[in-house]
Design a protein around this ligand. Structure first.
Ligand code: ACO
Length: 423
C-alpha cells in the first residue's frame, strides 16, 4: 500500500495516510481521520487541490488539454456522435446501440412537454428579467410538479427523472426566451430531433413556416455536446453538495443553474460578446489588452483562462474550427470575429498570458456561433444549462450509488473573535 506521511512538527508525531490510485491522472491522498490523528484540517482555498468525490464520468488533463467523456476524447465524439448519443453515454457509461438509441431518443421527445401549469408561472416575471433567473425558477417549480412521482431508491425511476429533466430543459429555456421577447409560448414539436426542436421553439410563430437548416442544428448540437459535463466544476460541485443533503434532484439542478450564472463560470459566454461589443473595433484591442494586464485594473479578458486547463481548452479547439467552417455557410458577425482573432493573436504571444497559461476557453468561441444562429446574448447561459443538465444529473446518479458519499460539510479556519462575554 502506497502511503503519504505527514510529520507534525508541533507534536513530533508522524502519521501515514493511504494513497489511492486513479485510473487516469494524479492519485489522491485519503486524509480521512486527519483531524483526529494530526489535530488539524487542510486549508484549500477554492478546493483546487481537493478531490471531493470519486467519479468515473469525465476526465480532464489540464496540462495536456484533454477531455474525455467515459474515456472517449471530446474531439472524436464531436466528429462522430450527436448530443443525444452523448447524453446516453454520460448517463449509462456506454454508447447506445441503435435500439437503445431509438428508445432513448423517442422518450426524450415524448417527455419534452412540461405540465400545463408551468406555463402560467412565466406570466409572473417581468419581460426584461434575466433568462437565468426565470429558468432557475421554472426548474424549481418542476420539482413541485414531479415530487410525488420520485422514489429515489429505485434506479429506473431515477433514470426516468433524468430523462425527464433533460427533455424539458429546452422547453423551459424556450419558454423563458419567448417570454423575454414577448412572443406567445409555443409547444415542442415531437416530430423533431432534440436540437432542431429547440431552435424551432425559439423561432416558430403560430402561423408561417419556420426555417431551420441542418448546418444550424449540427452546430448547436455540438455546442450542447461540448458543454455536457466537465467533472467537479463549480456548478457540478454545487449540485453534488445539494444532492448530498437528500434534496429533490431538480432542486440540486436549480442550485447548479444558479452557480453557473456567474460570469467567472457559465455567464462568461454572455460576457465575452458584451466585451467584444464594448471593445468595438480592432484598433482598440491593444488598449484592452493593456488593461487586462494591469494588476490595478479589475478588467479581465472574458473567455480567457481556466482553473484546470493550463493549455488550450480542447472544447475551444473544436468550436474554433466549427466557427471557421460556419463563416462560409451562415452569416457570422465578422466584425466581432476580427476583434476576437486579434485578441487571441496578441494574447497567445504576450508574455503576461503565456507565463500564466491563459488560453482561450470554450466561452471565447461559443458566443460568436450562438449569435450567428440568431440567439440573443442573454440566452447564451441558458443554452449552457441545456447542455450541462445531463452532466449534473449523471453526477447525482453516481452520488446516489456511492455508498461512501457523505453530506458535504467542509470545515474552516476560524479567524474571528475568541470567546467573550456580552457587556
Ligand atoms: N484576463 C487577464 N488576466 C487573467 C485572466 C483573464 N481572463 N484570468 C486570469 N488572469 C490572471 C490573474 O489576474 C492572475 O494574475 P496574477 O498571478 O498576476 O495575480 C493569474 O492570471 C491567475 O488567475 P486566477 O484568477 O488565480 O486563476 P484561476 O484559475 O483561479 O481562475 C478563471 C480561472 C476564473 C476562469 C479566470 O481565468 C477568469 O476569471 N477568466 C475570465 C472568465 C472566464 O472566461 N470564465 C469562464 C471559465 S470556463 C467555464 O466556466 C466554462
Amino acid at each position: 500500500m502506497a502511503t503519504f506521511t505527514i510529520m507534525n512538527n508541533m507534536s513530533g508525531q508522524k502519521s501515514e495516510f493511504e494513497i489511492l490510485e486513479s485510473t487516469l491522472g494524479a492519485p489522491v491522498v485519503d486524509i480521512s481521520g486527519l483531524r483526529s490523528r494530526v489535530g488539524a484540517y487542510t486549508y484549500d482555498n477554492g478546493l483546487g487541490e481537493t478531490a471531493t468525490c470519486q467519479s468515473s464520468i469525465t476526465f480532464i488533463d489540464g496540462a495536456k488539454g484533454e477531455l474525455l467523456y467515459r474515456g472517449y476524447p471530446i474531439e472524436e465524439l464531436a466528429n462522430k456522435k450527436n448530443y443525444i448519443e452523448v447524453c446516453y453515454l454520460i448517463l449509462h457509461g456506454e454508447l447506445p446501440d441503435s435500439k437503445e438509441y431509438n428508445r432513448f431518443e423517442r422518450d426524450i421527445r415524448v417527455k419534452s412537454y412540461p405540465h400545463e401549469g408551468i406555463k402560467y408561472l412565466f406570466r409572473a416575471f417581468p419581460d426584461n428579467g434575466h433568462p437565468m433567473a426565470i429558468l432557475s425558477s421554472a426548474v424549481s417549480a418542476l420539482s413541485a410538479f414531479h415530487h410525488q412521482h420520485l422514489n429515489v431508491k429505485d434506479d429506473e425511476e431515477f433514470m426516468e427523472m433524468a430523462r425527464r429533466i433533460i427533455a424539458k430543459m429546452p422547453t423551459l429555456a424556450a419558454f423563458t426566451y419567448r417570454h423575454f421577447m414577448g412572443y406567445p409560448l409555443i409547444y415542442p414539436d415531437m416530430e423533431r430531433y432534440f436540437t432542431e426542436n429547440f431552435l424551432y421553439m425559439l423561432r416558430a410563430f403560430p402561423t408561417g413556416k419556420t426555417e431551420i437548416s441542418d448546418v444550424e442544428v449540427r452546430a448547436l448540437d455540438k455546442i450542447f455536446m461540448l458543454h455536457a459535463d466537465h467533472e467537479q466544476n463549480a456548478s457540478t460541485t454545487t449540485v453534488r453538495a445539494v444532492g448530498s443533503t437528500g434534496a429533490h434532484p431538480y432542486a440540486a439542478v436549480v442550485a447548479g443553474i444558479n452557480a453557473l450564472w456567474g460570469r467567472a463560470h457559465g455567464g462568461a459566454n454572455e460576457s465575452v460578446i458584451a466585451q467584444l461589443e464594448m471593445i468595438g473595433s480592432v484598433d482598440k484591442v491593444d488598449e484592452f489588452i493593456r488593461r487586462a494586464k494591469n494588476p490595478e485594473d479589475s478588467f479581465r479578458l472574458m473567455g480567457f483562462g481556466h482553473r484546470v486547463y493550463k493549455n488550450f481548452d480542447p472544447r475551444a479547439k473544436v468550436l474554433k474550427k466549427l466557427r471557421d467552417e460556419l463563416r462560409d455557410t451562415i452569416g457570422i458577425n465578422s466584425r466581432l470575429i476580427e476583434i476576437a482573432d486579434r485578441i487571441e493573436q496578441i494574447a497567445l504571444n504576450d508574455e503576461y498570458f503565456v507565463k500564466r497559461n491563459l488560453y482561450p476557453n470554450i466561452d471565447f468561441y461559443s458566443g460568436t456561433i450562438l449569435e450567428a444562429l440568431g440567439i440573443r446574448k442573454k440566452m447564451f447561459t441558458p443554452i449552457f444549462v441545456i447542455g450541462r443538465t445531463v452532466g449534473w444529473i449523471a453526477h447525482l446518479i453516481e452520488q446516489k450509488k456511492d455508498s461512501k458519499q457523505k453530506i458535504y460539510r467542509p470545515r474552516q479556519r476560524y479567524i474571528g473573535k475568541t470567546r467573550r462575554s456580552v457587556p
